[in-house]
Unconditional design. Structure first.
Length: 155
C-alpha cells in the first residue's frame, strides 16, 4: 500500500511506519502466526526461513533462521514481553551474525487507518553505536522487501 518510512529519534531509537491494505487483525496475525511469518519475513529475494518458532504469548520464545540457499544464513532469537491482540506487540530480539547483537526492544502497534492498517514499530537499542551498526547492515531494504511480500500474502 505504501513504502516503509524509517526515522531515527535521539541516539537509540528507530521508528518504522508502513501502511497496509489489510485490517489490523490480519497484519497482527502476519507477525505472530509462524506459517504466515515464513511466507513474508524473508528479506531480499532468494532467502528462505526454514525454522520459525513464534510462541505469541508473554514470555514466549522467538527463533527465526534464514538461509540464502548457498550455505549462508543467520538467525534471530527473542522473547515476547506483552501482546494486546490485533493492536500491540512488545518483544526483545537479538540477531546472531554469528555473534549475538545487543538486545533490541521492539514495540509494534497496529492501528486501523481507513480500510487498512498503519503499523508503527519503535525499536530501542542500548546505545548510538549499536543503532548505527544496525542501520548500516542494510536492514531497511530487507524490511521493505519483506513488507511488500506481506502485502501480497495478505491480499
Amino acid at each position: 500500500m505504501t513504502k516503509l518510512v524509517l526515522k531515527t529519534e535521539g541516539d537509540r531509537h528507530v521508528v518504522v511506519t508502513r501502511r497496509f491494505a489489510a485490517k489490523p487483525e490480519a497484519v497482527y496475525r502476519a507477525h505472530t502466526e509462524p506459517k504466515l511469518v515464513q511466507q513474508w519475513m524473508l528479506g531480499p529475494d532468494g532467502w528462505t526461513m526454514p525454522t520459525c518458532i513464534n510462541e505469541a504469548r508473554p514470555g514466549g520464545r522467538i527463533r527465526y533462521e534464514w538461509s540464502d540457499g548457498k550455505g549462508g544464513g543467520f538467525h534471530l532469537t527473542g522473547e515476547y514481553v506483552s501482546l494486546e491482540p490485533f493492536s500491540r506487540i512488545v518483544h526483545v530480539e537479538r540477531m546472531h551474525l554469528p555473534d549475538p547483537t545487543p538486545d533490541n526492544h521492539v514495540e509494534t502497534r497496529f492501528e486501523a487507518d481507513g480500510t487498512g492498517t498503519l503499523m508503527t514499530m519503535r525499536m530501542t537499542l542500548p546505545d548510538a553505536e549499536t543503532r548505527a551498526a544496525m542501520l548500516a547492515s542494510g536492514m531497511e531494504g530487507g524490511m521493505e522487501a519483506s513488507y511488500a511480500r506481506m502485502e501480497e500474502v495478505l491480499a
